[in-house]
Ligand binder design. Sequence first.
Ligand code: C2E
Ligand code: MG
Ligand code: MG
Ligand code: MG
Length: 289
Amino acid sequence: HADLAMYQAKEAGRNTLRFFDPEMHAAVVKRVALEKDLRKGLREGQLVLYYQAQVDALDRVLGAEALVRWHHPQLGMISPGDFIPLAEDSGLILPLGQWVLNAACEQLARWAQVPAHAALTLAVNVSGRQMHQPDFVAQVLETLERTGANPRRLKLELTESLLLDNQEDAITKMTALKAYGVGFSLDDFGTGYSSLAYLRRLPLSQLKIDGSFVHDLVNEPRATAIVRTIVTLADSLGLQVIAEGVETPEQRDCLARNGCHTCQGYLFGRPGPVEALNIYDTAPAATPA
Ligand code: C2E
Ligand code: MG
Ligand code: MG
Ligand code: MG
């Protein structure tokens, strides 16, 4: 049968849909199996939150970004890039997103117990499907209340595509949560379909410069120009700015020269268990608790 399929495929030519593609079939089988595993993994506590430091100009830890990992019993640690798309397609992103939010808020509540850590913030990635659920605002508020986390320490990271999807819905929900003190950062900024019109309308608190610009910063004047423009834009709109993917001291210095003093990246620490965060050197509280 495989020979026959191959023959027919050759006959039909490259641009024609083939009836049976063994490779595609194998990929689908793998995906279905992984989805089943993820459903089970969620139930059985195989998800793990990693934390990556966000630092100020003096290397002091201001907080962290929570980055989910899946500890698969056979495949080992799996990165979100390999299972978030699957979770989004299957709808598992809803329980997964709730699990992440809950774990993050529990961590915020633990930090609040230690005076030196009480001002740390935590950034949580939110996917489109999650935010556009009708009860998203209620879920976030319920989680904050139940865990006792301070809403002012929670920052939700949104992407440009999420905001483009249904702008009115996003604005309504952001405004509702902002009233409680929750902050919003626009992740991977500069890579999506940003329009200045919507930047004006969204109740954001921060722009997060995408790592691709940081990567090319030192060798490419155009990347530097873009970074400088994003910083100016953030300043004009009264938004904070942070750079992601900072790997070298040269990149960090170049960012600072161009007005971006808050950074996240391997230079300051890889994502890891919360114990690995160097939070002994934290900045004093910016806002009273
Ligand atoms: P992101 O939110 O843009 O996260 C930044 C990614 O860059 C992370 O990959 C991080 O490990 C990586 N990174 C950090 N510092 C550096 C650096 O210096 N150099 C380079 N080259 N990379 C760096 P990760 O952890 O694999 O996450 C990938 C993406 O998965 C995230 O991109 C985010 O969009 C998504 N994601 C992670 N956790 C969650 C979650 O809980 N919920 C949702 N919906 N998405 C998540
Ligand atoms: Mg992020
Ligand atoms: Mg990002
Ligand atoms: Mg990025």
